[in-house]
Ligand binder design. Structure first.
Ligand SMILES: [Zn+2]
Length: 306
């Protein structure tokens, strides 16, 4: 037994020596460096491609994942919260609600977050925009497994719903990665879901009734326009952002009420990287556009009878 164990150790040592010798050999060393370089290039290519093809904003948004820890302090009572020097008060506000916001999201999905969550809070709106590459009036963003909450979310007192909105995005992003999330899930679904789970987070400037008016008049988002690597989610609607959010929320809510069991199964499918359209058809036995027509018909009937 001991002999066998010793010989295994000896074999391992020999094997290790052999692999070290292999790498020590100039040709093997060169091959090893080329292999490593190729891996880095493979990883960076989609990122550079996105920056070049989608403009600085979305490129900057993607790079934000690298900046979440720049010039910040960890909250001493909760290391998940990172904040700039002058954002201590806002960091404390997040500390008080973070666990309950996480609970809203995990209860909705029926599964926990699997990775560490970090919330970064900048002291100024400019600083937030610079850090995230997000648009000027951004109140929050989720990216690469990080959440960013801006000063505007606090001054507008919407930080709770914005945090839930971003955590809803994060729950799926952490499982399937940001590239797949952007490429495979239509913006109307991902944004609509986040607004729905956060009870209106991000869509406060329009009411349900206003959104229904626009939808009935034919001024609604295009279900066939799902976003792509070239046009990431959120860059695909001609509607004002909050109207796009509100309409998407109403339709996602309709889907969840239409068949709550299959809606939850669809969410699980998406977190397993299954194809959106295929899973949708499997779960709902029809295309999204067909259900949208039913949704539209119901809204028209309800409006005519009121
Ligand atoms: Zn969103």
């Amino acid at each position: 037994m001991l002999k066998a164990a010793r010989s295994t150790v000896a074999e391992n040592v020999a094997c290790n020596n052999e692999s070290t010798q292999k790498i020590a050999h100039p040709l093997a060393k060169r091959r090893y460096i080329m292999h490593k370089t190729n891996r880095v290039v493979l990883w960076l290519t989609p990122l550079v491609f996105l920056i070049l093809t989608t403009g600085c904003t979305s490129g900057n948004r993607l790079l934000s994942g690298l900046r979440y820890k720049n010039n910040v302090i960890s909250h001493e009572q909760d290391k998940r919260i990172l904040f700039e020097n002058d954002a201590k008060e806002n960091a404390e506000k997040i500390r008080l609600i973070l666990d309950s916001c996480i609970e809203v999201v995990t209860d909705f999905y029926g599964s926990p977050f699997e990775k560490d969550i970090y919330i970064t809070i900048s002291a100024t709106q400019k600083g937030h925009v610079r850090r995230c590459g997000d648009f000027e009036k951004s109140r929050g963003m989720a990216n690469w497994g990080r959440v960013f909450i801006s000063p505007l979310a606090f001054s507008s007192n919407t930080y709770t719903s914005i945090l839930i909105h971003e955590l809803t995005h994060l729950h799926t992003i952490e499982k399937i990665g940001i590239f797949h999330y952007i490429k495979a899930i239509p913006a109307w679904f991902s944004e609509g879901l986040s607004v729905y789970v956060s009870s209106g987070g991000g869509a406060e400037s329009f009411t349900d009734s206003q959104a229904i008016d626009w939808i009935i008049k034919g001024k609604h988002f295009d279900l066939t326009n799902k976003g792509s690597l070239l046009k990431p989610s959120g860059y695909v609607s001609t509607l004002p952002w909050p109207m796009f959010y509100k309409q998407s929320e109403l339709f996602v809510k309709y889907l969840s009420f239409y068949d709550s069991t299959n809606f939850k199964i669809l969410l699980r499918d998406l977190e397993q990287k299954k194809n959106f359209k295929k899973s949708f058809v499997t779960r709902y036995q029809t295309l999204p556009i067909e259900i949208f027509e039913m949704f539209l018909k119901e809204k028209r009937t309800a409006r005519n009878s009121s």
